[in-house]
Design a protein around this ligand. Structure first.
Ligand SMILES: C[S@@+](CC[C@H](N)C(=O)[O-])C[C@H]1O[C@@H](n2cnc3c(N)ncnc32)[C@H](O)[C@@H]1O
Length: 355
């Protein structure tokens, strides 16, 4: 990784960046308003000719003042440019409007994180997800997931699924290279990956482990497929060390799961995997490590997502640096036998064996 090793900005670029940070919540809300009120879309539709303020505000039933302050903010943010009183869209504006990843990230930031983040400093001091109370009264977000109101729940699932969905097809190929017979999908969530496995291999049996609320959603989804008879469900609160995992599987699969836990909790989960899996079995871990990203914006997105875990999810987990994570794998009695980077947008698959 070559980024984050040098301070490459000039003093002028640095003070400019500092102002962007100083006004970041306003930049974010203004951008969202420009997107959601249809202003950016109208500027995009006007193409190279551009569109004037006077053409925009009546058509969108906004006041002249309201459209003007937002468009002027859009100039400063870099979403639009203005020539001869006409606004045209920039490349950044186009991404805000049309790029699916950007939309998923913005909706997640707004609906799930924005209000809570006001208390981030308290979360750091207390080691607790102090922002979670803006969504509901649960010890962690995972107990609340099945009960979140819309659009918050949609934004959470869209964020989670956007990243994992893009990696699942590549992951399936890796996972079925050695034709596993029985897979434990730990943290299987709404059953998307389990369903893909059942569809990929006509003989494989699946066992899903997750909290009861998520397993109820998974069961409902899998009932609509022809594969129900090859799935078993094992409701569990994995934070309870006394709850052991079912034995008999030759592969354990954990995707975007271990990042939901602290270092000690990860070691406890992996030790229970060690106990559950046969000696020749494999553990497949699919994670997003910020130090394994090809591009700086990928690492940036993960570093910011870590703070969602700090403030909203549970107060003690993160998108890990792979160096930290590998120490935990070792401590639990496993070695990484194979590592595949650049799976989907941002994932790494680690195939672990008992030491
Ligand atoms: C980020 S999601 C990952 C879902 C899925 N594997 C994927 O790749 O999209 C994490 C999953 O871990 C589950 N989980 C979190 N805390 C848990 C706990 N204490 N016990 C059992 N499952 C838990 C959540 O319910 C959720 O389904």
């Amino acid at each position: 990784m070559t980024f984050f090793t040098k301070d490459t900005k000039s003093a002028f670029e640095a003070i400019t960046n500092a102002q962007f940070i100083a006004f970041a919540p306003i930049v974010f809300q203004a951008t969202k308003s420009l997107r959601d009120l249809g202003i950016l879309a109208m500027v995009e539709e006007s193409g190279e000719n551009g569109v004037t303020l006077e053409e925009i505000y009546p058509k969108l039933k906004l006041s002249e003042y309201g459209a003007r302050v937002l468009l002027e903010a859009g100039l400063g943010i870099g979403l639009v440019i203005k020539n001869d009183h006409k606004y045209t869209i920039t490349k950044t504006g186009l991404f805000i409007l049309n790029d699916r990843m950007t939309r998923v990230n913005m909706d997640f930031t707004h609906d799930v994180c924005y209000e809570g983040m006001f208390t981030l400093t308290d979360s750091i001091k207390e080691g607790k997800p102090t922002g979670l109370k803006t969504l509901g009264e649960w010890p962690t977000i995972y107990e609340g997931l099945a009960h979140l109101p819309k659009p918050i729940q949609d934004s959470w699932f869209n964020f989670d699924h956007f990243y994992s969905d893009g990696s699942f097809d590549q992951a399936l190929k890796q996972l079925f290279k050695h034709k596993p017979k029985h897979i434990l999908d730990i943290g299987g969530n709404t059953g998307k990956f389990t369903t893909k496995c059942l569809n990929y291999d006509a003989d494989v049996k699946m066992t899903m482990l997750d909290l009861p609320g998520q397993l109820a959603m998974a069961k409902e989804n899998i009932a609509k497929t022809p594969f129900s008879d090859r799935v078993t469900y094992h409701p569990i609160n994995i934070l309870d060390d006394a709850q052991r995992f079912p034995k008999g599987a030759d592969v354990i699969w954990m995707s975007q799961f271990l990042d939901c836990f602290s270092e000690d909790e990860i070691v406890s989960i992996l030790k229970r995997c060690h106990e559950a899996i046969a000696d020749g079995g494999s553990i497949y871990i699919m994670e997003t490590f910020w130090d394994r990203q090809k591009f700086e914006p990928g690492a940036f997105s993960l570093q910011m997502t870590s703070l969602y875990f700090t403030n909203i999810a549970n107060g003690n987990s993160q998108m890990y640096d792979s160096e930290v994570f590998n120490r935990l794998i070792d401590k639990a009695g496993f070695k990484v036998a194979e590592q595949i980077d650049n799976v989907g947008i941002s994932h790494t698959i680690q195939i672990c064996k008992k030491k």
